[in-house]
Design a protein around this ligand. Structure first.
Ligand code: HEC
Ligand code: HEC
Ligand code: HEC
Ligand code: HEC
Ligand code: HEC
Ligand code: HEC
Ligand code: HEC
Length: 370
């Protein structure tokens, strides 16, 4: 057993699952605890050490997770796939720290189904999935590479995906998400390809993959400006801001960090808290951009989602895409941005129990957009 061979494997050298298993088995069985410490001390003490290989943080070393032949179907891991991270990232135990308790977050109303589906994870799998009958899954190690993760880089050296680069090492958070939320053949029916929604060729999008298209977004609050990029976890994450960060689970639907009501409701800071995390409420309701924001949102109780999508809009600028819950689908509703903040929309809107047709007659009567 050559030492550098194991190190190469730790660094992501690709070999067959069986060879890898044999290797961990040998390492852990023959050298056990001491080998772990030796590897950790010789290879990982220079520079910022990954948390799991830092004996100051994880005194158990490799054997905190690996043991002998391990459990069937795992990379020589001590416990079943669905349980192993929880020995330290659970609600109790020797290493309990509130910010590290992921088990409790995964029990929230909306959560990644890690406990339910991680048994389907296979270290040798290739994602996005090409076979529509493969069960859909998500496991901790789909988003974290525990041999490399660091406190401020929890996704370091995980696999990612983007258009034109099927399997790469991720450099951006969204690339990790696209392994399962882009063109996967086994997406549940009704779920969209999220990568299409953030496509840079769309008329508008929140700036995930690239800078946004608009140079006039007066509501943005520092540190954000029109040149900023944001991440998926800017909106999807823990509803408890003092708990562990990350899109593990939330009390709000769609695993959103803050509340975002999509039905008819009285306007308040909390009703649209998600948007108001980055967009100034006074500025929006003060009609600094769209001159009828206040009328629709405050006076008519129309939610943001009646007019805006939160990912991207293929056809319209300013993230405009009307919700079928408020706007009749036929004839096809249209949005024409005209004078700054005084656009014309041709559609029929239902709010407060009345249908309001927006046609040329309506605009003539309202003397809009003069
Ligand atoms: C925090 C838990 C944890 C610690 C500590 C840990 N490992 Fe792992 N290791 C894993 C997991 C989880 C996998 C399986 C990854 C997968 O399924 O994609 C793995 C897989 C491996 C593999 C298989 C190849 C691969 O990268 O998939 C090797 C080899 C390995 N570990 C060696 C070690 C050695 C040597 C140490 C100590 C220096 C160590 N591990 C410490 C959790 C850990
Ligand atoms: C869908 C992807 C995904 C899955 C699955 C996932 N995580 Fe995370 N996790 C993240 C992201 C993204 C962050 C960092 C968010 C940030 O920086 O705001 C994170 C952060 C963390 C943190 C650091 C929390 C903090 O506040 O510093 C821990 C610990 C963690 N994850 C453990 C786990 C464990 C254990 C599992 C499985 C039970 C798991 N994660 C499953 C994406 C994921
Ligand atoms: C033997 C205990 C132990 C096990 C098992 C364990 N972890 Fe950790 N984990 C830790 C410790 C300790 C930290 C660092 C906590 C701190 O910095 O306060 C940590 C931190 C993390 C972080 C934050 C980023 C970082 O590297 O600092 C992530 C993500 C994470 N663990 C994921 C996992 C996943 C996924 C698994 C299962 C494959 C796992 N852990 C299993 C002990 C463990
Ligand atoms: C390994 C696969 C995988 C990865 C990687 C992944 N997810 Fe998921 N995600 C799932 C599965 C499975 C579900 C459950 C619903 C489904 O099948 O789409 C889900 C559900 C969601 C939901 C919807 C929750 C709800 O209640 O409707 C959101 C939001 C989400 N993921 C965001 C993310 C983000 C953000 C990332 C990247 C940080 C990410 N996911 C990475 C597999 C994954
Ligand atoms: C994490 C921060 C963040 C959150 C949360 C956020 N936004 Fe944004 N938003 C931005 C940034 C940055 C831009 C600027 C993009 C640009 O210049 O095109 C932007 C731009 C916009 C635009 C203008 C896009 C254009 O092309 O004109 C609209 C509309 C918008 N956001 C609506 C919303 C709504 C609705 C919500 C709540 C669901 C929301 N935002 C939540 C950061 C955020
Ligand atoms: C500006 C806030 C914001 C950002 C940034 C954002 N989302 Fe969302 N996401 C939402 C909201 C709000 C919903 C629920 C309403 C909807 O479907 O539009 C949602 C819904 C979802 C869903 C469930 C609906 C479905 O069609 O499957 C998934 C999955 C998802 N987002 C993934 C992602 C991923 C992946 C990213 C990053 C590439 C991302 N989101 C970035 C706000 C955001
Ligand atoms: C009745 C439709 C409608 C509703 C409801 C609506 N908006 Fe808008 N919004 C627009 C239009 C149209 C524009 C583009 C104005 C222009 O021409 O520049 C816009 C522009 C924006 C912008 C970009 C410019 C800026 O102000 O920074 C943001 C951000 C925004 N809206 C957020 C919101 C939020 C948050 C809500 C819910 C509280 C909301 N909107 C409700 C129609 C609407």
């Amino acid at each position: 057993m050559r030492f550098d061979y194991h190190i190469k494997m730790l660094r992501g050298f690709r070999v067959s699952g069986r060879a890898r298993q044999a290797c961990v088995a040998a390492l852990v069985r023959v050298f056990g605890f001491c080998a772990g410490l030796a590897v950790m001390l010789t290879c990982f003490s220079a520079g910022a050490a990954p948390s799991h290989l830092d004996i100051g943080k994880n005194p158990a070393g490799c054997s905190g997770c690996h043991k002998g032949h391990g459990k069937r179907g795992t990379a020589m891991l001590k416990v079943e796939k669905k349980d192993y991270c929880f020995t330290c990232h659970g609600a109790s135990g020797q290493y309990f720290r509130p910010r590290m308790d992921i088990a409790t977050v995964l029990m929230k109303r909306s959560h990644h189904p890690v406990v339910e589906t991680s048994l389907y994870h296979d270290a040798a799998e290739e994602l996005p999935e090409k076979n529509s009958s493969t069960p859909r899954h998500v496991a901790c190690q789909d988003c974290h590479n525990v041999h490399d993760s660091e406190p401020d880089k929890p996704m370091k050296r995980t696999k990612g995906h983007r258009r034109g680069d099927r399997e790469k090492e991720s450099t951006e958070e969204y690339e990790v998400c696209y392994r399962c939320h882009a063109e996967s053949a086994n997406l549940p029916s009704g779920n969209k390809n999220i990568a299409d929604q953030f496509d840079m060729n769309n008329a508008s999008y929140h700036p995930i993959e690239a800078m946004g298209k608009s140079s006039r977004v007066p509501s943005l609050m520092p540190p954000y400006n029109v040149a900023s990029r944001i991440t998926c976890s800017g909106c999807h994450g823990n509803s408890d801001s003092s708990g562990p960060r990350g899109p593990h689970g939330s009390d709000f639907e769609y695993m959103l960090k803050s509340q975002y009501i999509q039905g008819e409701t009285a306007e308040s800071q909390s009703a649209y808290a998600l948007c108001y995390n980055c967009h100034n409420r006074q500025n929006i309701l003060g009609d600094a951009s769209f001159q009828k924001h206040n009328f629709h949102v405050v006076f008519r109780h129309a939610p943001c989602a009646a007019c805006h999508v939160s990912h991207g809009s293929r056809q319209n600028s300013h993230l405009i895409s009307f919700s079928a819950a408020f706007v009749d689908p036929a004839p096809s509703p249209t949005y024409s941005p005209s004078l700054a903040g005084k656009p014309m929309c041709y559609l029929t809107c239902h709010v407060g129990g009345v249908a309001v047709p927006h046609n040329s007659n309506f605009y003539k009567k309202k003397k809009w957009p003069q």
